[in-house]
Design a protein around this ligand. Sequence first.
Ligand code: FE2
Ligand code: FE2
Length: 151
Amino acid sequence: MFRAGGGPAGAPEVWNMPLIKWTFALEVKVRALDADHQNLVRLLNEFYDAAQGGHGAAVLNDTLDRLVEYTNAHFAREEALLEKHDYPELADHRIAHQRLREQVQTYRASLDGATPPSDAEVAMFLKNWLTRHIMTQDQAYSVFLRERGER
Ligand SMILES: [Fe+2]
Ligand SMILES: [Fe+2]
C-alpha cells in the first residue's frame, strides 16, 4: 500500500519530519484541551512515521485506531466543556467533529481500496485533517472559554 523506504526522490517539503510541529497557532490557551491537541499531533506524526516506514497494513491500522480513539475521546471532552458553558456555536462545532469522524472513516476505507492514496496524499490528509479544525474552529472558542475562567 505504501512505498517502502520513505518519500520519493525530489520529495516535497512535506516529507521533512515531523509532519506537524506544535506551534502557538494551535494553542487554545486552555490547558486540558492543549494537552489533548498535543497528543493528537503526536499520534498524527506517529501515523505518518508508520506510513513512511513502509510498515504493513496491520501497523498502520493499529496506529490509525489509536488516533481515531483518542480523537473521539478528545471531541467528547471538548464538547462537554463547551456545553458546560453554553457555547453558542456548539451545534456547529458538533457537526464539524462529526464531519472529521466521517472523513477519517472514508480515508481509512481508502487505505485498503483498489487505489490507495499516494504517500503525498497521506501526508496532506494528515496535515490538513485535524490541524485546520484546531486552527480555526477550536481557536474560535478560546476567548469564550477563557472569559468563563477556563485555563
Ligand atoms: Fe479540539
Ligand atoms: Fe473541536
